[in-house]
Design a protein around this ligand. Structure first.
Ligand code: GLP
Length: 260
């Protein structure tokens, strides 16, 4: 796991956006795995700014989001599809048909999950997967005790997660109880996983993910098994790490000087 401790949240977003930009630049048909959550908002703002500056194009790109709320149609204002439109899709040159999210309103959720996994495979797999982390260590909507071998399926959200996401809804009781989410197995198949965490509220989850024992009680620990996982965190999110001096020595302020 590459742990990049950057000075602040703005730098974390720029850094993550730079990795996505590198994939957009480097491939004719890049496949991006996208995430929602407030941590991702400055990442998408940075990508939109790069697009407007003419530095990147999404024209050949395909995207797959991690998850969607069950019961919300794609045109519901709080659906993750609409969220992604507001933050990214409507502001760049991406083909709307190439932007995939699981359908939260599918009449047969199990069939929808299979369809989604098949669509990822048909696109050739995900080149770079953006991830946030929940305070309880969830990634996507893989809540604690999720099977680390699971693929896309329905998960029941914890009260903790529903409360954390209530600010996106008018009333807390509007937060759906279920989500359809890629599983840990899907995430581990991405060729590069990039997890971004900022702020002190994430420090305990980050410490467990990076340095704690692998376990389904903290699904993000599964990234310890990934051959190419990059964790980009600000100093506040890094506050619980015991080996912080080591990470700073290898990557001062999150930079990558190479072997010296
Ligand atoms: C939601 C999303 C996750 C995200 C998490 C943290 O639960 N499904 O993908 O990582 O929120 O969100 P935030 O960045 O707002 O703390």
């Amino acid at each position: 796991m590459k742990v990049l401790v950057v000075p602040n949240a703005a730098r974390a977003a720029t850094r993550a956006a730079g990795l996505v930009a590198g994939v957009l630049d480097g491939k004719d048909r890049p496949v991006l795995g996208l995430a929602t959550g407030s941590t991702m908002e400055p990442v998408y703002a940075d990508l939109v700014a790069r697009f407007r500056a003419g530095a990147i194009s999404f024209s050949g790109a395909t995207t797959f989001n991690l998850d969607e709320y069950v019961g919300l149609s794609p045109d519901h204002a709080q659906s993750y599809r609409q969220t992604m439109r507001r933050l990214l899709f409507d502001h760049v040159d991406i083909d709307a048909d190439a932007c995939h999210l699981p359908r939260g309103d599918a009449s047969d959720p199990d069939a929808e999950a299979l369809r989604y996994d098949a669509a990822i495979a048909a696109a050739g797999g995900i080149d770079i997967q953006l991830l946030g982390i929940g305070r309880n260590g969830h990634i996507g909507f893989n809540e604690p005790t999720s099977s680390l071998g699971a693929r896309t399926r329905i998960k029941t959200l914890t009260q903790n997660t529903r409360a954390a996401n209530a600010s996106f809804f008018e009333r807390p009781e509007e937060v759906p109880r279920y989500a359809i989410t890629m599983g840990i197995a899907n995430i581990l198949e991405a060729r590069h996983c990039v997890l971004v965490a900022t702020g002190g509220a994430k420090a305990a989850a980050v410490a467990r993910m990076v340095e704690g024992p692998l376990g389904a009680d903290c699904p993000a620990t599964a990234l310890q098994l990934h051959p190419r996982a990059t964790v980009i965190i600000d100093r506040e999110a890094a506050a619980g790490l015991e080996l912080i001096d080591y990470y700073q020595e290898i990557h001062p302020d999150g930079e990558e000087p190479g072997l010296v």
